[in-house]
Design a protein around this ligand. Structure first.
Ligand code: NI
Length: 159
């Protein structure tokens, strides 16, 4: 496994559409392992492949609970319910946080890394993370949808 370089604010790749994945091969498994390692290194809750420069429709999410990291290949949001204001950040926009509107619940379908098509009903942070990462696959970033006046820059702790 390896840490991959994060693509950051201003990188044009973040505005591109990611492509559907047709084959789950060793190369994809390595990408997934690297994405999980990279997300953990930067203490992220989620990461889309585009954020490490790969335009493939795969995302990883880890809420640091008992479920461990989850891998969603070709995710599709089928339904959303409700809407609420949430705090959000993104590993591609270091130290920036803002409020955005996200659904309270989503139903999503995806393929897991074993190739099985799955369906998940997600609430709260998991629902938010799925929406944020699926946006990345469509070339959308959270700073484009923030509630005006809520963007904050937070200085990182000095090491
Ligand atoms: Ni992000």
């Amino acid at each position: 496994m390896a840490i991959r370089n994060l693509r950051l604010e201003g990188d044009e790749i973040l505005k591109k559409q990611s492509r559907e994945i047709n084959v789950i091969d060793d190369k994809l498994q390595t990408l997934i392992d690297d994405m999980i390692e990279t997300m953990h290194k930067y203490n992220g809750v989620g990461l889309a492949a585009v954020q490490v420069g790969v335009l493939k429709r795969v995302i990883v999410i880890d809420l640091y609970d008992d479920n461990g990291p989850i891998v969603l290949i070709n995710p599709i949001i089928l339904e959303t319910k409700g809407e609420h204001e949430v705090d959000e950040g993104c590993l591609s926009f270091p130290n920036q946080f803002a409020k955005v509107l996200r659904p309270e619940e989503v139903v999503a379908e995806y393929t897991d890394r074993e190739g099985k098509r799955m369906r998940v009903k997600a609430k709260e942070l998991l629902a938010q993370a799925i929406c944020h990462e699926v946006d990345h696959l469509n070339g959308e970033v959270f700073v484009d949808k923030i509630i005006p006046g809520t963007l904050e820059y937070v200085e990182p702790d000095k090491e």
